[in-house]
Every structure is written in C-alpha cells, then in structure tokens.
Write a protein that binds this ligand. Sequence first.
Ligand SMILES: Nc1nc2c(ncn2[C@@H]2O[C@H](COP(=O)(O)OP(=O)(O)O)[C@@H](O)[C@H]2O)c(=O)[nH]1
Ligand SMILES: [Mg+2]
Length: 334
Amino acid sequence: MAIFPFGRKDKPAVADASSAAQAAAPQGLLDRLRAGLAKTAQVLSTDVRDLFKREGRLVDDDFLEELRAALVRTDMGPAAAEAIVVDVRNRLRARVVEPELVVDSIRTQLLARLAKKSATLATAAAGPTVILVTGVNGSGKTTSIAKLANRFVKDGKRVVLGAGDTFRAAAVEQLAMWAGRIGADIIRGEAGSDPASVAHRAVAHAIDGGFDICIIDTAGRLQTQANLMQELAKIRRVIAKQIPDAPHETLLVIDATAGQNALSQAQGFQEAAGCTGIVLAKLDGSARGGVIVPVTEQFGLPVKFVGLGETADDLEPFDPERFVAALLEGALAA
Ligand SMILES: Nc1nc2c(ncn2[C@@H]2O[C@H](COP(=O)(O)OP(=O)(O)O)[C@@H](O)[C@H]2O)c(=O)[nH]1
Ligand SMILES: [Mg+2]
C-alpha cells in the first residue's frame, strides 16, 4: 500500500492503476525506475512515434525540427537536444529510417552527457560518515534523508539523524516520525535553537555510540540569504572540528518538478554550501525527467540519487544506463 505522509490526506492511498500494480508486487530496480519515469517516457515515446506516423518518413529539415521540439519537451535543455539533432542529421539525413536508429542516437547522446561523473557516495575511512543535506524549501530534503537512512539501515548500518531544521517544530516532528519508522536514532533541539548545536550533538552521538552514518537535515534556504548561508558554513565548521574530513558528503536536493525556476534557485549553492552531489527528488511527479541533463551540466555535480516517490523505498542511486533505458524503452513499443 502506498503511503502518502504529511498533509497528503487528500490523495487516495492508491492513486491509480499503475501504483496499485506497484504496490502488489515487490519491484525490481528497473521496475521502480520505469514506474517513476513513466510520465516522461510516455511523453517522449508518443512524440517519437508521432514522428514516424507517416509511412517512409524521410529525415529532412522538418523531421529534425519536430525531433528537436519533442526532445525539448522533456526539459533536457537546448544543448542536449541540439547534440542529438546534429547526430541524427550527420548520420541519417536524406534517408528513410526506422525509429530504432533515431532512438539509438538519443540514447548515445544522453549517455555521453550523463555518464561523465562517478556517483558513488563518499564514506569515512574510519568512524561515522557524516552527510549534510541542503536545498531550497520543499525540495524534498527531509523525505530524501528518510529514504537514504532507510537504505543504510536495510544495509545493516546504524544511523543517527540530526534534526537541523529548527525553524519549524513540524519539520522536527516529520524527521522524528521517519526515524521511528525506519529504525534510526534522532537528535533534536528546541524549536528555534541553533542548528549548528544540533549538528554537533548528532555527530557526537554518532561518534560516542559507534554509529556508521550521521545525516543532518537543514532548513530550506536560498543562496541569496547570506545569513542562512553563513549558518550552513557554521554547521560545516562545527562538524569538521569533530571529524576533520566531515561532512563527507553535502547533498543538494533539487525538485525535478519545479523546472528551470528550481535550477536557478539552487544555482550557486554548490560553491556557497560546498555541495558534493545532487539528489534529484520527485522525478515520479514530472513529465519532464529530461531535466536531469541540465541539472548535471549546470551544477557541475554528479546526481547521486533520484527520488521516485513518497515512501522510504523510493530512492535509487542514479545509474545513467538504467535511467536512459527506462526513459527510452517505450519509444520503440508499437
Ligand atoms: N512524489 C514525490 N514526492 C516527494 C518526493 N520527495 C519528497 N516528496 C514530497 O515533497 C514534499 C516536500 O518534501 P520534504 O522532504 O518535506 O521537503 P523539504 O522541505 O525539502 O524537507 C512532501 O510532501 C514529500 O512527501 C519524491 O521523490 N516524489
Ligand atoms: Mg524539511
């Protein structure tokens, strides 16, 4: 049964037939990714099939412009769309081709853009690995922390969470609820207390208790809010005093449904907050999953995880091959 926590009571527990199917059977990794990317894949495959509706479709200028428009609709950005169009033009111009050849081009170009960086999570050589999680309001930080913690716990690791979003009592309760459900410890402070002191206590708890993982939540902020960016720097300094190479990861959570706006809001974060990787949340809610391409390129940071739903299991390490396969498999179906 799908779970929609936190004010999502308006939603039916099982939203539609596909999530019912999801709930019925334990999913393989590709199945989960497929389900999460279904909206984007459907739009793309409909568009690509439409290109070939006319019998004996010739790759001419009209074809190439229609292809470009279809690609841009996935939010992959003009540069990636252009690279694909150029590749198709160079290889297939003035030929009558099968859809497979065009899909091959899309696959090759997307992989070339997505597969550049290693996406493994850095861990501490000894002692607890500390992960700091940041991003704008509502991007999916707290939920992503719960999902990450869940992965670690299922992997046999001992996890402590630091409720560093002390702005709102509800944010602390949200994390505490997840901690209880998942089986992680939580360190919390008074509402309005200094998040750096919560972070300090969480890391101390992790060291003293021999925990494997410590994940610190933070309040949503914009790169333009100098005081809040300084607060983040203070959290980092405090953590680094306890464990010199910590935080081992600083993850920037980005909302895949928020489009270009989200990207520009998060712009600058990577330097100001010392981010080391991206979690692209809410891919399942978007028909524009192609946004992962500009996210990778604009931030110069690897996408380490993708969020594919609202339950603790809906997080996957980003794997370009699997991602592109899930995106394109529908494009060739009849
Ligand atoms: N569909 C979907 N919803 C998500 C995902 N991640 C987070 N959410 C929802 O987005 C909303 C905001 O998430 P939250 O973690 O509280 O964001 P925060 O303010 O950055 O901590 C909540 O309703 C979450 O359930 C995801 O991967 N998919
Ligand atoms: Mg939060």
